[in-house]
Design a protein around this ligand. Structure first.
Ligand SMILES: Cc1cc2nc3c(=O)[nH]c(=O)nc-3n(C[C@H](O)[C@H](O)[C@H](O)COP(=O)(O)OP(=O)(O)OC[C@H]3O[C@@H](n4cnc5c(N)ncnc54)[C@H](O)[C@@H]3O)c2cc1C
Length: 411
C-alpha cells in the first residue's frame, strides 16, 4: 500500500479527538467517531511515513468468519459482525474482497474432538454456512488436500487490508478529519481540561484520545498511568510463497486444527486476491517490535520482553512449541513438513520466501498469551491493548466498541 494521498503535514495544536496509530483499527475508530460527530475535529497521529505500515499490511489478508473464538468473547462477537460489515463496505466502496471459503482439516484421529469443538463454537457464534465434510467433499473443494474430516467455511474470504485502511482514511478526511504521518506520540498528560499528546512536532491538546498503537500500545498505556500488565511481546510470522507452476495445489485456504493452548491458528496455505499462495506464518518470539528481518534487535524491546515475568512463565510452559517454532523459522523444510500433513504433494523445492509480519501479542504477567481483544481506559483516553487477529476483519465492529468507550469523554 502506498502513502495515503490524504496526509496533512503539521498536526493541529487543538482538536476534539486525537487517535494514535493509523493502522486499520485506529483509522476505523477515527472514521466511526467522525461519522457519529459531524463537525468534530478528529486527528490521527501516525509515527510512520505511511498508513498501515505494520500489522495492517503484513497479514494473511484473510477475512475470518468467526469459527475459532470462545462464544461470548469480544473476538467471537466482533469477528462475525465485522466480517459481515466488511464485505458490505468493500462492495459499497468497490474494494475487491472474495468469499473464497476455507477448510480446516483434521489429519489425525486425536484432532477430531478439537474439530468437533471448533464446529460447536462456529455454530454458536453464528458463522454462516459452516458445515462438516468428509474426505470426498474435501477432495471436491481442495483436490490436493488430504484429511480424515474437515470444516468448510464458505464465508471466509480474502481482501487487501491496506486498501481497506486507506478507504477508512479517505472517509475520515472527506468528513473533515485529518491524518498526520511522521508524528510519533511520546507520551500523554490528562487533566480537567482534556488530554495533551506530546509528539515529534510539538503538542496536540484534545478532549479525548484513542490509542491504537499496535505493537507499541503497552508503552503509551503505561505512560498514561495504566498497569504494566499485559505487555506486548512481538511474534514474527514469516510466510513462504508457492513458486509459479505449483500454485494449483491450493484453490482457497487450507488450515490445520489449531493447538487449543495457543491463540495462533497454525501454519496454513492461502490463495490471496492476486492468485499467489502464501504459507505460514511461523510464530517466533523476536527481539524487536518491528523485526521484519530476523536480525533486527532493538535493545529496549528485547530488554522489556526478557524482563517481563510472563515471558519466563510462557517459555517454561511451552518450551516444546518454542523449539518447534525455532526449527520452522530456521528451515523451510520444517515448515513444508508441517504443511505436507494435509497437502502431501508439497515439496521443499515448491516454495520460496514470501514476506514476514510481526504480531503484537499481549502477554499477561502470569505467562498467559491474552486471547481476547482488550480495550481499557485511563483518564480521557481509551487504549486498545490487544488487537491481534482477527482485529483486521473485525475493525468496523471493534471501532464501534471503542467509540462507545470514548463517547462519555466527548459528551
Ligand atoms: C503475520 C500476521 C498475519 C495476520 N493475519 C490476519 C488475518 O488474516 N486476518 C485478520 O483479521 N487479522 C490478521 N492479522 C492481525 C491484524 O493484522 C491485526 O489484528 C490488525 O492489523 C491490527 O491493527 P492495528 O491498527 O491495531 O495495528 P497496526 O496495523 O500494527 O497499527 C498500529 C499503528 O500504530 C502506529 N504507532 C505505534 N506507536 C505509535 C506512536 N507512539 N505514535 C504514533 N503512531 C504509533 C504504528 O506505526 C502503526 O501504524 C495478522 C497479523 C499478522 C502480524
Amino acid at each position: 500500500m502506498g502513502a495515503a494521498t490524504t496526509t496533512a503535514s503539521a498536526p493541529p495544536r487543538e482538536c476534539d479527538l486525537a487517535v494514535v496509530g493509523a493502522g486499520i483499527v485506529g483509522l476505523a475508530a477515527a472514521r466511526e467517531l467522525a461519522l457519529r460527530h459531524p463537525g468534530a475535529r478528529v486527528a490521527v497521529l501516525e509515527r510512520e511515513s505511511r498508513l498501515g505500515a505494520h500489522q495492517t499490511t503484513h497479514s494473511s489478508g484473510v477475512i475470518h468468519a468467526g469459527i475459532y473464538y470462545r462464544p461470548g468473547s469480544l473476538k467471537a462477537r466482533l469477528c462475525v459482525a465485522g466480517a459481515r460489515e466488511l464485505y458490505g463496505y468493500c462492495d459499497e466502496r468497490g474494494i475487491p474482497a472474495r468469499r473464497a471459503g476455507k477448510v480446516i482439516v483434521a489429519v489425525r484421529p486425536e484432532e477430531l474432538p478439537r474439530l468437533d469443538e471448533l464446529e460447536r463454537r462456529g455454530r454458536e457464534n453464528g458463522v454462516p454456512g459452516l458445515r462438516r465434510i468428509g474426505p470426498d467433499d474435501l477432495g471436491e473443494i481442495e483436490p490436493h488436500a488430504r484429511g480424515l474430516a474437515a470444516l468448510h467455511s464458505p464465508a471466509t474470504g480474502v481482501v487487501d487490508f491496506g486498501r481497506v485502511a486507506e478507504a477508512f482514511a479517505s472517509d475520515l478526511t472527506a468528513g473533515g478529519g485529518t491524518v498526520h504521518t511522521g508524528c510519533a506520540v511520546r507520551t500523554t498528560r490528562a487533566g480537567e481540561a482534556g488530554i495533551e499528546l506530546e509528539h515529534a512536532a510539538g503538542t496536540t491538546r484534545a478532549r479525548a484520545a484513542v490509542l491504537c498503537a499496535g505493537a507499541w500500545s503497552d508503552r503509551l498505556a503505561v505512560a498514561a498511568g495504566a498497569p504494566a500488565d499485559p505487555r506486548i511481546v512481538p511474534f514474527r510470522g514469516a510466510f513462504l510463497r508457492l513458486r509459479d507452476g505449483r500454485s494449483h495445489l491450493v484453490r482457497t485456504s487450507i488450515y490445520p486444527v489449531p493447538d487449543p493452548e495457543l491463540p495462533f491458528l497454525g501454519v496454513h496455505l492461502t490463495r490471496g486476491l492476486d492468485g499467489e499462495v502464501h504459507m505460514g506464518p511461523s510464530a517466533l518470539m523476536v527481539g524487536a517490535r518491528d523485526a521484519y528481518s530476523l536480525r533486527s534487535v532493538a535493545g529496549r524491546d528485547l530488554r522489556e520482553t526478557l524482563a517481563w515475568p510472563g515471558t519466563r512463565r510462557l517459555l517454561r510452559r511451552h518450551w516444546r512449541t518454542a523449539l518447534a517454532e525455532v526449527r520452522r523459522a530456521a528451515s523451510r523444510r520444517a515448515m513444508v513438513a508441517e504443511l505436507r500433513r494435509f497437502v502431501p504433494e508439497l515439496r521443499t523445492g515448491d516454495v520460496e520466501f514470501g514476506f514476514a509480519g510481526v504480531r503484537a501479542q499481549a502477554l499477561a504477567r502470569d505467562g498467559t498469551l491474552v486471547d481476547d481483544f482488550v480495550v481499557s481506559r485511563t483518564e480521557r483516553a481509551v487504549h486498545v491493548r490487544n488487537a491481534p487477529s482477527p482485529a483486521a476483519t473485525s475493525a468496523l465492529a471493534l471501532a464501534r466498541l471503542i467509540a462507545d468507550e470514548v463517547e462519555p469523554e466527548l459528551a
